[in-house]
Design a protein around this ligand. Structure first.
Ligand SMILES: [Zn+2]
Ligand SMILES: [Zn+2]
Length: 412
């Protein structure tokens, strides 16, 4: 396959990165399957395995992949070509938090999707299927954005603190974290208690974290137990989370917010007018049901479900439930951005700024012709929007546009 000038340039650039940097070995490297997408070959080459870090890095230097992946699973024979013969015996519990799946308002400015079947196209977050023809074959043009990245990061911190540590009782020392190199973060849990979990067990975990099928009546929002005390904000799990969320929501909600959630202005008005009474009941020790004539348990349940929608975590359940998933290899370069897939500790994660800290290349400038790009930030600089223009850009910004296919090299 003949490479375009841009692809050859990117391949040389990636090659210089892999020459200068050693990619660290994933835990238990010899039990992992590796997969790569190369610059000059269609599709993925997979079923590869390496006995140690130096073998892996030899491969990276020799082949210079556009994308690099390794299995969350551990196999007896990771290089067996047939999945049945690999001898699966365990898998890390992995989570993918990606801005693609989190509704952020800025997507209207920087993202676009097109239906490959009927040609329908719109700005903003891509739907599951085309509203015009129902096709699921959508081409999504997504861009890095500070707000999207910040949202994905706080969602990751919420996942770890509220769910993995607090509810599931896992330990930070048995987790690793990385920036995905594009619009999100990955959490890998390698605690022994999770390694052998089945797909179904992992599905239970994702449903719990995503509040799928959550029923408020099992968490204290039940007619039968009206006389009993209300869920306490210090209760563990969803019960306490709903109580805290309800308190926050009632404290901050306008009449219109309540009307939107409840659909009925009469009930919304009753709640809005009795806010102080409700908050003092919820906040008392022990908390009491805020009984208001005209506000039924089902109205409270509606609010509880709304609150659950705010407090749940946006994880990609397909990634977590797939026990043979190939994940991005930390330390490699993401071929759609030219950014590093950056390993982080949890405390590093809190201060991490991917647009500064995950740059694989820093030096120099490059002149490129940009066909089209929205406004974007790299380093501390803001660029664009660009439309059919030749510009000189700092090297990482130019590489980013080349990776996105939004720019071409200019003859010197
Ligand atoms: Zn369509
Ligand atoms: Zn955004």
């Amino acid at each position: 396959m003949e490479l375009s000038r841009e692809s050859s340039f990117l391949k040389r650039t990636f090659a210089s990165y892999y020459r200068r940097n050693a990619v660290p070995s994933p835990r238990n490297i010899s039990r992992r399957e590796f997969g790569f997408i190369l610059f000059d070959r269609e599709g993925m080459i997979r079923h590869l395995s390496f006995k140690d870090e130096s073998e892996l890095n030899d491969f990276l230097r020799k082949n210079v992949p556009l994308h690099a992946y390794y299995s969350s699973a551990y196999y007896e024979s990771p290089d067996a070509e047939n999945m049945e013969n690999k001898g699966w015996y365990a898998a890390d519990l992995v989570f993918d938090i990606d801005a693609d799946h989190i509704p952020t308002p800025c997507k209207e400015e920087h993202d676009k999707w097109t239906c490959l079947d009927c040609g329908f196209s719109a700005r903003g977050m891509a739907p599951d299927s085309c509203p015009n023809c129902g096709s699921k074959r959508l081409k999504v043009e997504s861009w890095l954005c500070e707000l999207c990245l910040e949202t994905a990061k706080s969602e990751t911190i919420k996942l770890v603190e509220d769910f993995l540590l607090s509810d599931l009782g896992l330990s930070l020392s048995k987790m690793s974290f990385n920036f995905s190199g594009h619009r999100g973060y990955h959490v890998h849990v390698f605690d022994e208690v999770v390694l052998e979990l089945s797909q179904e067990a992992r599905r239970e975990i994702t449903d719990y974290i995503r509040a799928q099928g959550l029923s408020p009546r099992f968490h204290g929002f039940s007619r039968v137990f009206v006389s009993e005390s209300f869920p306490d904000m210090t209760d563990p799990g969803w019960r306490g989370r709903l109580a805290r969320g309800l308190y926050d929501f009632i404290s901050g909600a306008s009449f219109d917010d309540l009307k939107r959630v409840l659909g009925k202005s009469r009930v919304a008005k009753l709640i809005y007018d009795n806010r102080d009474f409700i908050l003092s009941n919820l906040g008392s020790s022990p908390p009491r049901w805020p009984s208001i004539r005209g506000v039924s348990v089902s109205a409270w349940s509606k609010i509880a479900l709304h609150v659950a929608g705010i407090q749940r975590c946006y994880i990609d359940e397909r990634v977590t439930t797939d026990i043979k998933r190939l994940m991005r290899l930390p330390g490699s370069i993401h071929g759609k951005t030219g950014f590093k897939v950056q390993s982080l500790t949890f405390s590093e994660l809190e201060r991490f700024d991917p647009l500064n800290d995950a740059l694989a290349f820093r030096r120099g400038e490059l002149r490129v012709h940009v066909s089209s790009a929205p406004r974007f930030v790299i380093g501390d600089e803001e660029f664009g929007p660009f439309e059919d223009v030749v510009v000189e850009l700092p090297f990482p910004a130019a590489v980013y546009l080349l990776c996105k296919g939004a720019a071409s090299l200019v003859e010197e």
